[in-house]
Design a protein around this ligand. Sequence first.
Ligand SMILES: NC(=O)C1=CN([C@@H]2O[C@H](COP(=O)(O)OP(=O)(O)OC[C@H]3O[C@@H](n4cnc5c(N)ncnc54)[C@H](O)[C@@H]3O)[C@@H](O)[C@H]2O)C=CC1
Ligand SMILES: CC(C)CC(=O)C(=O)O
Ligand SMILES: [Mg+2]
Length: 361
Amino acid sequence: MAQQYRITLLPGDGIGPEIMAVAVDVLKVVEKKFDLQFEFQEALIGGAAIDATGEPLPAATLDVCRNSDAVLLAAIGGYKWDSLPSHLRPEAGLLGLRAGLELFANLRPAKIIPQLIEASTLKREIVEGVDIMVVRELTGGIYFGKPRGIFETETGQKRGVNTMAYTESEIDRIGRVAFETARKRQSKLCSVDKSNVLEVSQLWRDRITKLGAEYPDVELTHLYVDNAAMQLLRAPKQFDTIVTGNLFGDILSDAAAMLTGSIGMLPSASLGASGPGVFEPVHGSAPDIAGQDKANPLAQVLSAAMMLRYGLNQGAAADFLEKGVLQVLQNGARTGDIMSVGMQLLGCRAMGEALIQVLEE
Ligand SMILES: NC(=O)C1=CN([C@@H]2O[C@H](COP(=O)(O)OP(=O)(O)OC[C@H]3O[C@@H](n4cnc5c(N)ncnc54)[C@H](O)[C@@H]3O)[C@@H](O)[C@H]2O)C=CC1
Ligand SMILES: CC(C)CC(=O)C(=O)O
Ligand SMILES: [Mg+2]
């Protein structure tokens, strides 16, 4: 009998529904090829949820996610909701989902795809062979620290406040994920912080260094985040696995995306100690191209592959999808963000169709 999985789909906003439709079609091919059965359930998050219910993360959404085997998320956010107070914005829905499911570890691979070297803004010799895994802490740091808000000073000025805080146990648990991840790769871990200025980073560096003693086979180095950003663009091949906090990981993973040609190619997995993971592209809802059939759906498809691998333990099905993506690119199919001379420019839907054709061959 086919193995059954309950998958919650969170298309969200902007290009979200367009790229999610492609991922679902692709997963239907996987079902057939691997004798799996996906029970898809769609739920509201972000701006779409605000419009329908007044809240960015309705309780019903969190419930259905908790009761599923994995969650596939597209993206949230858009101009329409930008002036709402921060706790009512679409982004609060995403943060609430990550916190609600205790998804403290965000794996963001940035691996150069040989077919896309020409799409990178960097020189071939700089990016060829790049294979980096960013392990980003996802439920702590400045996105969650208290106090936060916009307060009034004694002189009547507004003062915006956010707090970057990490406890030892929060650092240790993401540190362990990072050391274990590095061990399965090239056994090189670079921890990124700002410990020359921030106490929170001093504690971070201290704990990661202590943890390093338990992983003598992993070569541990440390970089300040400003230098790390520069090194990522100067000589990205020096990196294997990077571990860092929530804000620095958010920023560095967008920078790492450009090494590989486009943020439209980068997937991620958000994992906790137990329970369903959330699998989502690194990019956002791209409101500038939403509704125009221009989005690259491949980050979403590769997020579905990460879901198969990390969330459902279906490694062969994940390999199948990843190979299909390489093949469709090899065939010359390109969306605008990864277009180069001599290739075939496709819209989001047509890229999905080209991929399905490859997968069904
Ligand atoms: N995980 C999530 O849901 C995230 C949501 N956001 C939200 O998304 C909205 C837009 O944020 P931005 O800073 O503009 O970041 P973004 O990642 O949505 O877009 C940045 C640039 O990359 C392009 N891009 C992104 N994904 C693409 C794709 N699949 N194919 C082709 N081009 C793509 C966009 O057109 C844009 O020019 C905001 O509301 C933001 O808060 C931002 C990042 C993550
Ligand atoms: C939209 C934010 C909540 C987060 C973000 O940019 C990300 O996780 O990449
Ligand atoms: Mg981001």
